[in-house]
Design a protein around this ligand. Structure first.
Ligand code: PAF
Length: 278
């Protein structure tokens, strides 16, 4: 696996890969890789692409009271996992490369970025979109792979790539879950054993609710009942909403394409999950 830590090396490795005539796919990550990230690399490889994965803990997408400094970092483990997964290139830029002191451009978003994570974490999607646009410019992939666990992020990045004519196809990959249903996340390691035992209730709640809503029931009473049940079980629900799957606008009852999305705090960890409505 080729490794680049500066733009000149990245350009040289990129030129070498271009010689293979395979399209290039990007898997953007913040490291602390788990089976969900490996599934992204595998999906990209199955498309026939040479896969570049980036590892960069992006300061711009963390709020001042969020966990940037304690976000898990494991470069050696991540590089071994990417090599095992058949990645062709790992891109590990520095903060100075991504945000030189004289850089003044960030990406302003609306539409699917407005609510939910956008409201709970002001500036978060500006940080995500800005870093993803920079990664697209540096790596210049034909396609980029994102996990559906961050459903809203996928929609935001898709709109950005389309609106800015970046020419990068956005490919969503289904959420990878532990056997009990908990969506894999780099932050799950911060759950205490008691919280970890409780955590799958979020997905169970979404799955049950999705089955009921798919039959056309009005969403509002079912959503507030489910929020109350989660709160009574020990979660601090942030939102639990039935939304249009692309615009992320709340809808009163299921109609395609719809998605149930949720964020809830459990102890120190904010869990995100979502399910489609069949
Ligand atoms: O999903 C993530 O890990 C990050 O938001 C991303 C897409 C790598 C941008 O920093």
């Amino acid at each position: 696996m080729l490794i680049a830590r500066d733009l000149a090396t990245l350009a040289a490795h990129r030129a070498r890969l271009a010689g293979t005539a395979q399209p290039l796919a990007l898997v953007p990550t913040m490291g602390a890789l788990h089976a969900g990230h490996v599934a992204l690399v595998e999906a990209a490889r199955q498309s026939g692409a040479a896969v570049a994965a980036s590892i960069f803990v992006n300061p711009l997408q963390f709020g001042p009271s969020e966990d940037f400094s304690r976000y898990p970092r494991d470069e050696a483990g991540d590089l071994a996992a990417l090599a095992d997964a058949g990645c062709a290139l790992a891109w590990l830029p520095t903060v100075e490369t991504m945000y030189p002191p004289d850089a003044v451009t960030t990406i302003d978003l609306a539409g699917p970025a407005d609510n939910w994570e956008g409201a709970a974490r002001p500036g978060h999607f500006r940080g995500v979109a800005t870093v993803v646009a920079k990664l697209f410019g540096q790596v210049r992939p034909a396609a980029a792979y994102f996990g559906e666990k961050d459903w809203q992020q996928v929609q935001v990045v898709r709109r950005m790539s389309r609106d800015l004519h970046l020419g990068v196809g956005i490919v969503p990959v289904p959420t990878v879950r532990d056997p009990d249903g908990l969506a894999l996340s780099s932050r799950n390691r911060y759950l205490t054993p008691a919280e970890r035992a409780l955590a799958p209730l979020l997905h169970r709640t979404l799955a049950t609710l999705a089955a009921t809503l798919a039959r056309g029931a009005p969403a509002a009473p079912l959503l507030s009942e489910a929020r109350a049940r989660l709160a009574a079980s020990g979660f601090a629900p942030d939102y639990l909403a039935l939304v249009d799957a692309e615009s992320l606008v709340a809808i009163p009852a299921a109609r395609p394409p719809a998605r149930l999305i949720a964020a809830a705090r459990l102890g120190a960890v904010r869990l995100l999950d979502n399910v489609p409505l069949a």
